[in-house]
Design a protein around this ligand. Structure first.
Ligand SMILES: [Zn+2]
Length: 341
């Protein structure tokens, strides 16, 4: 399995303008009781690794955030919502809630340019570069799999105009469809594609195994699934636990660990070709947490207080990538049965 270190020029203000982001969090607090109060059964097993959730490490490690209780799997360290939720309520949240409307009108409008330039375009470049390793036909069928962010398919089209593009959406995420120039298919469609892409869609699924099964079923033999996901094993989440800015219910109902996600992908039948963690915000978020008086480990506290000049922070972030300890995972999965050139 390969990984690479990547410099993405992403800053916190690019994706989280503070006033608007706080406005979103305020609205989330009001919305969640309306859409997530009705809970289903409690999970007995980890949805990432299938281990019993009574096997916790340390025992009983769980926390509640915005009414949603998370538990950390003692076997694979993934952080998952302890209870299941009613699918129609999740759908209603993403399509009707004030917080999602606010996100679309206030945050997306102020961050779309930076997101497209600094996140989606590098994602497309990465995916296109990796195609060279595979023996595909000249024209490909390419789809975006949740939650349909403008910039991915459009970016792909700019470089490979001959490919057929489409987007798949699930009922969970129809409300976050931001694209206008693509055809949205139901998740139940039988269409198969060569390439699937998804930016931060997986964390919204209640059942990540179902998401990956769906992905492999909708790929042609030899197909590739490129995606990014927030991980539980990023240093910011490891340090801050319940206070982690990355544990954001209900957008993130589960955060797979680096190890757990590999096992999950293998169980679905994928080969993990690449697993990198090109996150650039861990140090900034830890600094942010420190300013807000959150408790950090002595080592990180010392580093932030004494070594956080620009070069040290860059080196720190680069080291996190080398150790795959950044919160932002970038993964390439391969549906086997295709020879690698
Ligand atoms: Zn687990």
């Amino acid at each position: 399995m390969e990984f690479s270190t990547v410099f993405l020029d992403v800053q916190e203000k690019d994706v989280r303008p503070m006033d608007e982001y706080n406005g979103y969090l305020d609205r989330l607090k009001q919305d969640i009781p309306n859409y997530y109060a009705e809970k289903g059964e409690s999970r007995m097993t980890c949805p990432v690794c299938n281990a019993s959730l009574s096997n916790m490490h340390p025992p009983g490690e769980e926390f509640t955030k915005n009414l949603i209780t998370y538990v950390k799997c003692g076997s694979c360290s993934s952080v998952v919502a302890k209870e299941k939720f009613v699918l129609s309520n999740i759908q209603a949240f993403f399509t009707e809630s004030e917080s999602r409307k606010y996100w679309m009108t206030e945050i997306w409008s102020k961050t779309s340019e930076a997101r497209i330039e600094k996140i989606y375009q590098p994602f497309v470049s990465w995916a296109q570069g990796r195609l060279l390793d595979y023996d595909f036909a000249e024209a490909l069928s390419v789809a975006e799999f949740l939650p349909n962010q403008p910039g991915l398919l459009e970016g792909w089209k700019r470089v490979r105009s001959k490919d057929n593009l489409s987007a798949f959406a699930s009922c969970v995420t129809t409300g976050t469809n931001l694209g206008e120039s693509v055809t949205i298919h139901s998740i139940e469609t039988n269409e198969k594609v060569d390439i699937l892409m998804s930016v931060d869609g997986l964390n919204r699924f209640e059942d990540p195994a179902r998401a990956l099964s769906w992905a492999i079923e909708h790929l042609n033999p030899g197909g590739l699934f490129f995606f990014t996901t927030t991980l539980s094993t990023g240093i910011e989440t490891l340090e801050l636990g319940a206070d982690s800015y990355n544990v954001l219910p209900p957008d993130r109902l589960f955060l797979p660990s680096y190890e757990g996600l590999q096992a999950l992908a293998a169980r679905a039948g994928f080969e993990v070709v690449e697993f990198s963690t090109p996150g650039m915000l861990d140090a900034a978020l830890l600094r942010h947490a420190e300013k807000e008086g959150r408790k950090l480990s002595p080592t990180i506290q010392y580093f932030l207080n004494n070594r956080s000049v620009e070069n040290d922070v860059k080196e720190f972030q680069s080291t996190l990538q080398k150790l795959r300890l950044s919160a932002f995972g970038r993964v390439l999965l391969h549906k086997k049965d295709c020879k690698k050139t």
